[in-house]
Every structure is written in C-alpha cells, then in structure tokens.
Design a protein around this ligand. Structure first.
Ligand code: C2E
Ligand code: MG
Ligand code: MG
Length: 723
C-alpha cells in the first residue's frame, strides 16, 4: 500500500552483511590453516610418541607432515563443502522457489500458491533455526496476504488519502460502490466526489483527523457515482499518518443507500397516518414546534382544529370500512382547499389539524375554514350510501393563543370544543375567554369525579300531568349537582362532561336507583302511584351493564316495572344497530316503558318509530313554544299527534310555560304535558294549580294523586288544592 520509500533494492542489498561470498572461502582458509598448524605441530609431537628425535627433525619428515596436514585440511574442506554445501543449497533452492513465487504473486495478484511451501525442520542447530525462521516468515507473509485479501475484497471502499485529501490508494470495491475502475481515482481529491451540501461537513471531519484526532465518522454524505447519480455513504476516517506502512488517512466508506431508504420508509411510517397518508400527530407536532419557534422571530401562524362530527355513527351503522373510506374522502377534500405549504395532519381517529404559517396564512385562516366547511357539505358516498358529514372547527392564531399563554393547537382545540357544543358543523375562532371557560370546565370535571362519593348529586322531580284532568301521572327525575362552591348546577352544565369522562355510567346508575327508590316509596299497596321517568344518555345506554342496572334498581326498590319509564333520544335510534334493538327489547321485556325525548329535534326518521318498541313521544319544547302563536308549529304538533295515534303512543308535550300553550295543546289532542306552567322541577314531588283559560276546564286544577309534605322527597304527594 502506497509505500514511497527511496531505498532501491541494490542499496538495501549493499547494506546487508556479505555472508554468502565468504562462507566457503573462510572454511578453506581455516581448514588449510589447520593442516599447516598440524604439519608444524606434528614433528615435536612425534618425538613424544617415540619417534627418534633426529628422524623427527629431518626436513623431509617435517615437509611430509606439513603436506599431510595441508592435504587433510584440503580434504576436510572438500568434504565439508560437499556435505554442508548440499544442505545449504537445498535451503537456498527452497528460498529461491518461494521468493520467485512471491515475486510472481505480487505481479499477478494470485497469492494462493506462493506461500504454501514449508521446510521440514529436524534440528535445532543454526541451519534448523534458519529454516524455522524462514517458515515463520512465510507464515507472516500468509497472514499479511490474508489481510490484504480481506481489504481487497471488502464491500467497503478503503481509501488512503494524504493530508490534502488526495487519493493514494483505493480498494477495487470502488467499482461497485461508485462505478470507477480500480485505481482510476488515485491522484484525484476525495473531496471532488462529494455532494456540495455534504462537502463542508466532510472536509471539516477530515481536517479534524488530519490535525491529530485518532478517528471520526462522517455519517450520511452523498458521493457521486460514475454515472452521475448520488449515493448515500457513511465514512469512518482513521489517522494512520504516522504509520510508515500507510502514511495517510484511511477512509472506510460504505454504501448506506439501502439502509437510508429503509430509514426513510420507517420515518414515513412513523410520521404518517397509514389510512389517509397524511402527516400524523408526531409530525404535526414537529412542524408546530418549528412554527412556534418562528413566532418568536415574528412569523405568525394559525392552526385549524377539525373534529368530524359523525364518524362514530358511520362506524356503528355501516361498519369500520365505511368509516375508513369516509376519513379518506374527508382528508382528500380538506387537502384540496389548502395551499402547497400548509400542513394537514390526522391527529387521531376523527381529529384533523391544519397548520398555516406566515402572515397570509393567518389572514386566510377563516377563509380556509369556510372552504373546509363548504367542501364537506356534499354527502360522501361510501359503500353505496350517501353519508352526510360535517366538522366542528376551531381556529387559533399566534396572537390570541399566546395572549392566553397556551399553545396554538390547544387553543384551536378549545375553540373547536366551543364550536361543537354550540351546534355541530360550525367554526369558532379562539378567544382568550374560551380558555378561561375551558379551565373552568376542567375544574368542574375534576370535581365531578367526587360528586357521587360526596353525595352532592340530587334528583329533582318535575310533574307530568294529564292535561284533561289535571292529574299528575308521573314525574321526570332531573339531575342536579349541589356543588359546594358553585351552588346548584343544572345538568346541561355537567352531563356532557360526565359523558366525556365515562362518569355518566356510575352517575346514571345512581339516578336509576335513586329514582326507582323514590317511586317505590310513592307506590301504593296496590302498585299504583305516580310513574317516574329517568333520562338515559347515549353513552350510558351503550354501556353493557344497563339492562342489569335497570333490573337491579327495580329489584332493590320493589317498584313495579310499569311505573318506570326510560327516556332516550332519537340520536340513539338513528344508529339502528342490532345491539340497540336487542337492548331496547331487553328493557321492554323487563316491563319498563320507553319514551322518546325531545322528539322532532333529531333526525326524525319516522321509520324507526315502527321498528323500535317505543311507548311515549315527548314533543320537544321548541314546538310547544310556538304552538299558540305559529300555525306551522301547530301543524307539526298536529302531525305528531296523528302519528302518535296511528302508532298508539302516549304523547307528552314538554316545556309548557303558559295557559295559551296548554290550551292549544289540549285542543290538538295532546294527552300529557310537562312545563313550568304545570310545575317546576323540585326536590320533592309537587304540583301547583293550573291556570286554565278555557271555560270548559276552568274549574279543573292540577290534581296530584299522592302529594308530598314539604321538604322530604320520600313522602307521597298529596292532591293539590282545589283538586
Ligand atoms: P329533558 O329530559 O328534555 O328534560 C326537560 C328539561 O326541560 C329539564 O331541564 C327541565 O327542567 C326543563 N323544563 C321543563 N319545563 C320547562 C319549561 O316550562 N320551560 C323551560 N325553559 N324548561 C323546562 P333540566 O333539568 O335542566 O335538564 C336538561 C336535560 O338534562 C334534560 O332534558 C335531560 O336531557 C338531561 N338530564 C337531566 N337529568 C338527567 C339524568 O339524570 N341523566 C341524564 N342522562 N340526563 C339528564
Ligand atoms: Mg327527559
Ligand atoms: Mg326533553
């Protein structure tokens, strides 16, 4: 890898020890030298062995000894040269073979054969040690090759660059990551490969490592492919500037395109609603936070909070697939009236929100709201049925929300709540007073949790009177909350809260028991006495334990079932689910009567009156109000009377406030009535004389079969004065 040393092989060889030239020359000198020494030393030695001194001293003997010594030395040299030289040549032959193999391999790149040969070592002499050293040299070469192979075949691109970022080495994998042939980029700057947006960050990381830090990572930078496209990569930079074998910065670059794509997908899933494809709450909140940060820099924003009014009904009536289809159409329609920069999100089941950023967004917000309301006016066709839908819409803008110290979304939500409670399908612009009202509601809701335990709930009873005779036929039990600080709170202010929180179930159960207990006390020995009517709200009706609660209330009070009437509203029947029919029938099977409250205000589909086992229609106060003055209202009441007769239902007119209304109703044939004119709701069952204007009934007064003594609700009502 990129070795740029200046020592040539000749120089390196020259610097080595001159071993090979001298080994046999030295041996020859030593051997012959040894022979000379032996030749010189032998004559005196021969005397010692018993040769006569004059013989040993003869020049011929001395010469012969010298010649023999030289010959033996020369012979020893020759034998040594043959034996040791043979061994050495074996070793050198092996070395040569392997060295040639390595040379060849480094040229071809095929290292598979080059390092396979080893020398068998059978001694520990220097020759054996040399052979062993040679073997371990081959092992190291093989290890080095192993790593070289790993590097070359790694899927990551390994690039060595100098301090300036110029590429000095690159693995062949650059071919399939960036499409360049191996080595093609050597000499070019790695920076040239980077996307202009990612370059500054990349450059800074490289400089940081070049300046001395050990390593760093450059996550997510785009590099140009040879074909001109950009590839997402991730690079780890290691500082090997001081490693003489590398002498550079090592960049390990990986193609992370697939991973990024997956991340993008996951991110899209995590931030989008799968049903509508819209941003979800998480993404909306992210954008909202950005908008709220922008507000501080003077860029205003507006939020529209939308709540679909009838998704639940659609789900219940036509099924969840229809509900889903409805949501998709609604999302498309709302999206169709927005500008490209606006964010529409689905926050939860039937809640949507729109974020409008900038001065124009804020000024346009009411118009956007109008357009949303108008595009949703047209019925949506789902599963071959035209579903009418509407939204309640709240708008909040930075200035009013900030003035109330709350977030935009919460302000818009509060405004939406105001819109919803003051009639659905409306739009309301947030005002700081809404916030105060909302806080108040929240406090009330918190108090409501304890109202039952603290016995703050009471029932008032309003008489239901037979209009012809003036007799009280029954009482409607109406719930009141005796709040310790706020005084007496009417149900309109807390029933919706109880519904929202689910508290309506235990509260409704208490009402049932208490009303039945009270009517049980009124009940005479013959099972007579006034009936009692109990209001049942939708959520309470849907609760699985309702029928059991009713049976329980009857059992524990001893009230005859026919004395109990449950008042339900049309909205319940409109849903027309199998469950509704079964439950209504189960209540009927107990012997309890069913009344349809506020009749005429709801969906008023007459078909369900035949399908459901209803006994009583309560004509809504809004018709009663006009019955004396408006021919139209009179006609409506007349039609309801006809309907009642046809279906054999009892009719009760609600909210009678004057003698004129009373007279008009009686004339139309309404049998029963209820209203301030006949008796206000009171903690005890009371009635007061009726101001009847027509001479025919002038003498008649409200007669209450059983009348109460004052103050104690448990006591039976007594006939009223004049009765
Ligand atoms: P509702 O069942 O239609 O009850 C009749 C409402 O009209 C009562 O209001 C009653 O006080 C009022 N009212 C009666 N006569 C007149 C009149 O001549 N003029 C006027 N202006 N109003 C008259 P209240 O007691 O405030 O109850 C309101 C609603 O709250 C009830 O309407 C009923 O829907 C609900 N509600 C009351 N008690 C309960 C309860 O125990 N459970 C449930 N779920 N809802 C209840
Ligand atoms: Mg009622
Ligand atoms: Mg009513």
């Amino acid at each position: 890898m990129g070795r740029t040393g200046t020592d040539g092989p000749t120089e390196r060889r020259r610097r080595g020890v001159r071993l090979t030239q001298r080994v046999f020359w030295d041996l020859a000198v030593y051997m012959v030298g040894l022979g000379v020494v032996v030749g010189v030393v032998f004559p005196p030695f021969a005397v010692w062995l018993g040769v006569p001194a004059q013989t040993a001293g003869r020049p011929l003997f001395v010469t012969a000894c010298l010649v023999a010594g030289v010959l033996v030395g020369g012979l020893s040299y020759a034998v040594c040269r043959v034996v040791v030289g043979g061994r050495l040549s074996l070793l050198s032959a092996r070395l040569r073979t392997v060295a040639d193999g390595i040379t060849q391999a480094s040229r071809t790149g095929d290292w598979s054969q080059s390092t396979s040969q080893r020398i068998d070592v059978d001694s520990d002499d220097p020759l054996g040690q040399t052979a062993r050293a040679f073997n371990s040299l081959l092992d190291s070469l093989e290890d080095g090759e192993h790593f070289r192979a790993l590097v070359r075949n790694a899927s990551d691109v390994i690039t060595v660059v100098d301090r300036a970022g110029v590429i000095t080495y690159q693995t062949p994998s650059v071919g399939w990551v960036l499409g360049h042939p191996p080595g093609a980029l050597i000499g070019t700057a790695v920076h040239d490969l980077l996307h202009p947006e990612d370059l500054p960050g990349f450059r800074a990381r490289l400089a940081e490592v070049a300046a001395g830090s050990e390593h760093t990572a450059c996550p997510g930078a785009r590099m140009r492919h040879r074909n001109g496209t950009w590839r997402w990569t991730e690079t780890v930079v290691a500082n090997l500037l001081t490693d003489p074998a590398v002498n550079g910065l090592v960049l390990t670059t990986r193609d992370v395109g697939d991973r990024r794509e997956l991340e993008e997908q996951l991110r899209a899933q995590a931030f989008h609603d799968p049903l509508t494809g819209l941003p979800n709450r998480a993404l909306f909140m992210e954008r909202l936070r950005a908008a709220e940060a922008g507000e501080r820099d003077g860029v205003p924003a507006a939020v529209l909070f939308l709540d679909l009014d009838n998704l639940k009904t659609t789900n219940d009536d036509i099924g969840h697939d229809a509900g889903d289809a409805l949501l998709q159409v609604v999302a498309r329609r709302i999206g169709g009236v927005l500008r490209p920069g606006d964010t529409l999100a689905r926050l939860a089941g039937d809640e949507f929100a729109v974020l409008l950023v900038g001065e124009s967004g804020v000024t346009q917000a009411p118009r956007v709201a109008e357009r949303v309301l108008s595009v949703l006016e047209e019925p949506v066709v789902v599963v071959d049925r035209a579903v009418r839908t509407s939204v309640s819409l709240g708008i909040a803008t930075s200035d009013t929300a900030a003035a109330s110290g709350i977030g935009l979304l919460r302000a818009a939500d509060i405004a939406m709540y105001v819109a919803k409670t003051s009639g659905k399908g409306r739009c309301e612009v947030f005002a700081p007073s809404h916030h105060a009202a909302q806080l108040d509601r929240e406090r009330l809701q918190a108090d409501l949790y304890h109202a039952l335990d603290r016995q703050e709930l009471v029932l008032y009873y309003q008489p239901i009177v037979d209009l012809a005779s003036g007799d009280v036929r029954g009482y409607e039990a109406l719930l009141r909350w005796e709040h310790p600080d706020r005084g007496l709170i009417p149900p309109a202010q807390f029933i919706a809260l109880a519904e929202e929180s689910g508290l309506i179930v235990p509260i409704g159960r208490w009402v049932l028991h208490e009303a039945a207990r009270q009517a049980g006390v009124w009940q005479g020995a013959d099972g007579g006495g006034p009936r009692v009517s109990v209001n049942v709200s939708v959520r309470q009706f849907q609760h699985a334990g309702l029928v059991a609660d009713v049976a329980d209330a009857l059992r524990s009070s001893g009230l005859s079932p026919a004395r109990l009437t449950l008042e339900i509203t049309e909205s319940l029947l409109v849903r027309d689910t199998v469950g509704t029919t079964v439950k209504l029938q189960a209540i009927k099977d107990l012997g309890v009567r069913l009344a349809l409250d506020d009749f005429g205000t709801g969906y008023s589909s007459l078909s369900y009156l035949r399908r459901f086992p209803i006994d009583v229609l309560k004509i809504d106060k809004s018709f009663v109000d006009g019955v004396a003055s408006s021919t139209e209202d009179r006609a409506v009441v007349g039609a309801i009377v006809q309907l009642g007769r046809t279906l054999d239902l009892d009719l009760v007119a609600e909210g009678i406030e004057s003698g004129d209304e009373l007279a008009a109703l009686e004339l139309l044939g309404v049998q029963y009535g209820q209203g301030y004119h006949l008796g206000r709701p009171a903690p005890t069952a009371t009635g007061r004389p009726v101001d009847r204007r027509r001479p025919a009934s002038a003498g008649a007064a409200l007669r209450v079969a059983p009348a109460p003594r004052s103050g104690r609700p448990d006591e039976l009502p007594r006939p009223a004065a004049g009765g």
